[in-house]
Design a protein around this ligand. Structure first.
Ligand SMILES: Nc1ncnc2c1ncn2[C@@H]1O[C@H](COP(=O)(O)OP(=O)(O)O)[C@@H](O)[C@H]1O
Ligand SMILES: [Mg+2]
Length: 212
């Protein structure tokens, strides 16, 4: 058997191993992305209400705001001023953009995964935890666009959640509030989530079909 054959067999075995590992992965934390590629449709409102409702029935919930720098979810959950203050004091590293950037694994190695994640999270009076949006999401979208490898470009948030958040066993549910457009951040959110929640306003036709 020549070296090339061995290499092909080895690569194929690694592929099968990775595939089997991916399929057998047991995920305790549920994830959902609140998404439709349109603004002003109630995504943030739905994410906040869904999150708070789930805490009221006993779930621990993490909301992640991928929707842009205006910080609507922080506003809805009463921590807007705290988040803005941290940003203006430059006490805003790491942040949500860091988790999808090249430096995340260095940060996690340096301070430990639990502490690195802890630094991202704001606790809120409504009981849900929040990783708020950050102005660096804008630059991150462009940076991700420069990554040629599609897997690498869109898999960053999923790797962060799988490898750094999931092992903490801290939340039952992770809800992603998404941008109202399809950009590189959006695709990271969709790849990371298992389910998508889409707020829609039903018209008369839809209403008549709702019991089908
Ligand atoms: N179910 C609803 N009924 C009426 N108004 C709503 C509802 N959900 C959201 N809104 C209002 O619609 C506007 C846009 O909601 P928002 O959640 O910010 O949308 P998106 O996140 O999709 O941009 C806000 O002013 C919000 O208060
Ligand atoms: Mg929104």
């Amino acid at each position: 058997m020549c070296l090339t054959h061995l290499y092909i067999i080895l690569t194929y075995r690694l592929y099968l191993y990775a595939k089997a590992k991916g399929e057998s992965k047991v995920t305790d934390t549920q994830r959902a992305a609140v998404f439709i590629d349109k603004g002003g449709t109630g995504k943030t409102t739905s994410a906040a209400h869904l999150g708070v409702a789930l805490t009221r029935v006993g779930s621990s919930v993490l909301l992640i705001d991928l929707a842009g720098k205006q910080g609507d979810l922080a506003d809805a959950l009463g921590v807007f001023d705290d988040v803005q203050q941290d940003i203006s004091n430059e006490d805003d590293f790491p942040n949500i953009a860091t988790t999808m950037g090249d430096r995340w694994s260095d940060v996690a190695k340096m301070v430990g995964t639990e502490e690195a994640v802890e630094r991202l999270v704001y606790e809120t009076d409504s009981g849900v935890d929040l990783i708020p949006a950050h102005p660096d999401l804008d630059g991150l979208d462009a940076d991700l666009g420069n990554i040629d490898d599609v897997q690498d470009r869109y898999n960053r948030l999923r790797v962060f959640l799988d490898d750094h958040v999931e092992p903490l066993d801290r939340w039952d549910m992770i809800i992603l509030d998404m941008p109202g457009l399809a950009n590189n951040i959006t695709y990271n959110g969709l790849w990371a989530a298992q389910d998508v929640v889409t707020p829609v306003s039903m018209g008369s036709f839809d209403s008549s079909k709702r019991d089908l």
